[in-house]
Design a protein around this ligand. Structure first.
Ligand code: PBG
Length: 328
């Protein structure tokens, strides 16, 4: 017979079983990392209005949330602290009794090695000006003075028991300085998840509500310009040379080309952070009945995975992990 297609890709799409058999990308709970917020001095968890379903935890509710995430099989937890008092140098970040360090200790005490406990290593949650570093006399973010603070912060987090530290401030040399500080203090087992290509993004808006950041100005002098891709490769080469164990691209959805570029370039695990604004967009559209929430969540995560990330930070980690378990 002539006139009929010789090739019929639709054959492999006929049934759920056939589609499952040929699926090129699968999600697994173990590759999902849940970001968690903990606030100093509160008695009840506080909802974050721009992130429906996300809360600022108390120390107690954080322990419970960590436990639930482990039960769901989530691969890791990324902790963010919100101190009661902020100051120019972010003192709370390096205080062993500061909220983030206390929370690391609490969570590691609760879940031990059952999941990977990570901490955001950055000053913006702790500074009153909201920048990721300390400022010089002219009000600019002082790279090298900030590195000294990061080194101290890394030690505080390692001493609290963090398995991985996540420098997210985009200071030049941050990975190298943190690696040496950790090694000199005998913490060679503590790894670095480097925010390698972190873009100056509007998608972090809801996060700044979550950590009550009162940023004056913007982060354009340290985070990357959304226009640039080659620059991500430069940052990548530096982070690898300085000792990054895992590299991360952030945000995820508007930067899937960068995820692919990075995944093709290195042999360390690549993570992507589906950030607060990505979460808020989907939740807001779904709340209006404009999209099918669960379907879109799954599609975004599949897209990030397909682009080459083997680890995904997502505020939906526990919910999605539970779906995936049910489907097995
Ligand atoms: C910096 C940090 C930010 C996020 C993670 N780490 C904020 C920023 O760079 O302004 C954003 C995460 C999100 O939006 O979900 N400590």
């Amino acid at each position: 017979m002539t006139g009929f297609p010789a090739h019929r890709p639709r054959r492999l799409r006929q049934t759920p079983a056939m589609r499952r058999l040929v699926a090129e990308t699968r999600l697994h709970p173990a590759e999902l990392v849940l970001p968690l917020f903990v606030k100093e001095g509160i008695r009840e968890p506080q909802p974050v209005p721009s992130m429906p379903g996300v809360v600022q935890h108390t120390r107690d509710s954080l322990r419970k949330a960590a436990h639930e995430a482990v039960e769901a099989g989530v691969g890791g937890l990324m902790l963010f602290g919100i101190p009661e008092r902020k100051d120019a140098v972010g003192s709370g970040a390096t205080d062993p009794d500061g909220i983030l360090n206390v929370a690391i200790r609490d969570v590691v005490g609760e879940v031990g090695d059952a999941t990977v406990v990570m901490a955001d290593l950055c000053l913006d949650e702790f500074t009153d000006h909201g920048h990721c570093g300390v400022l010089d006399a002219a009000g600019r973010v002082d790279n090298d003075a900030t590195l000294e603070r990061y080194a101290e912060m890394a030690l505080a987090q390692a001493e609290a028991g963090a398995h991985l530290v996540g420098p997210s401030g985009m200071m030049d040399g941050q990975v190298g300085v943190i690696r040496s500080a950790l090694d000199e203090a005998g913490h060679h087992h503590v790894g670095i998840l480097a925010y390698t290509a972190k873009y100056a993004s509007g998608f972090y808006g809801p996060f700044r509500d979550a950590v009550e950041s009162s940023l004056r100005g913007d982060r354009l002098t340290y985070q990357q310009d959304p226009a640039n891709a080659a620059e991500a490769l430069r940052e990548l080469a530096l982070d690898i040379a300085e000792g990054a164990d895992i590299v991360m691209v952030k945000p995820a959805m508007a930067y899937l080309d960068i995820v692919r570029l990075v995944a093709d370039a290195v042999d360390v695990p690549v993570a992507a952070y589906q950030v607060s604004g990505e979460y808020a967009m989907v939740e807001a559209a779904a709340a209006n009945g404009w999209i099918d929430r669960d379907r879109v969540i799954r599609e975004t995560l599949t897209g990030i995975r397909r682009a080459g990330a083997s680890i995904i930070l997502t505020y939906w980690a526990v919910e999605v992990a539970r779906w995936l378990h049910r489907e097995r």
